[in-house]
Design a protein around this ligand. Structure first.
Ligand code: GDP
Ligand code: CDP
Length: 245
């Protein structure tokens, strides 16, 4: 049985989750699942789920938990036997609990980046909508200005990367991320049944690692080294619900 590794990356918009996830996926060879990408993909393809979430994403609001869980959990259930990395999910405590019900997480990375850095990065972010490839005119510019490196198709900016939308997204992020981080922070692991009857603080799991700074290239070596340590000490396992009953 292979060593499986289930991880998630958290951080405000523009904190480098996508950029770092790409490096993790390349280095560790796990499946990368970006909830934001799935949402935008569904909206662009006008799927049933896309129609339901469109209004929220366009207004930079959080999509309701039940819709996010419906979008993400079946994909994870199909990945039994694979290691994966989640970006953008779980965003809320309800999403984290829903994830706990199907799987025990091994590691959660949280990025703590100053606001001014986020603002600069996001205003300079360009994406290739079909693939989700992300560019930054200073940090990782495309080979041809305004064009995707692989397909040559035009790059666009997200409407929700406008400065006024960023403020709103940051407010949402701070409000909802704190309880999720508390859940993953400390070192007690309870069954879902026990946890359901306890206050939030006692749900904690001791798998959160926080990285601060203004440069992805400076943060990355620390994350890379953490991953090497964690993966080499990971017990043989499959994806199990976190219930310990
Ligand atoms: N200048 C600069 N830009 C960065 C750095 N790290 C990431 N970026 C860019 O900042 C933007 C936001 O990064 P992204 O990975 O999309 O963040 P996410 O919203 O957390 O997924 C993108 O345009 C990245 O190319 C960095 O260290 N310096
Ligand atoms: N768990 C999630 C993830 C994304 N979203 C929505 O998708 C948008 C883009 O999410 P994202 O993860 O690609 O981007 P950032 O907000 O991290 O830059 C958010 O502004 C939300 O509207 C959500 O509602 N719930």
């Amino acid at each position: 049985m292979a060593k499986l590794f289930r991880t998630a990356i958290m951080g405000p918009p523009g904190s480098g989750k996508g950029t770092i996830s790409k490096r993790i996926a390349q280095n560790v060879g796990l499946q990368y699942l970006s909830s934001g990408h799935f949402l935008r993909e569904g909206i662009a393809a006008n799927t049933d789920a896309g129609v339901l979430v469109k209004g929220y994403v366009e207004r930079s609001m959080l999509v309701p938990d039940h819709l996010m869980s419906r979008l993400m959990l079946p994909r994870l259930e199909q990945l039994t036997g694979h290691s994966w990395l989640l970006d953008g999910f779980p965003r809320t405590i309800a999403q984290a609990k829903a994830l706990n019900d199907i799987c025990q997480m091994d590691l959660v990375i949280s990025l703590n980046i100053p606001f001014e850095t986020l603002r600069e990065r996001v205003s300079d972010r360009w994406i290739h909508p079909a693939s989700g490839r992300v560019y930054n005119m200073g940090f990782n510019p495309p080979q041809v200005q305004g064009r995707d490196d692989v397909t040559g198709e035009p790059l666009i900016q997200h409407a929700d990367d406008r400065p006024e939308a960023l403020q709103a997204r940051l407010r949402h992020y701070k409000d909802v991320a704190k309880p999720v981080m508390n859940l993953y922070k400390k070192s007690v692991l309870l069954s879902n049944a026990e946890a359901a009857s306890k206050p939030l603080g006692s749900l904690s799991q001791g798998i959160l690692y926080q990285f601060s700074g203004t440069d992805t290239d400076r943060i990355w070596p620390y994350i890379s080294s953490l991953l090497s340590t964690k993966i080499s000490t990971q017990p043989l396992d499959t994806c199990q619900p976190s219930a310990q009953a």
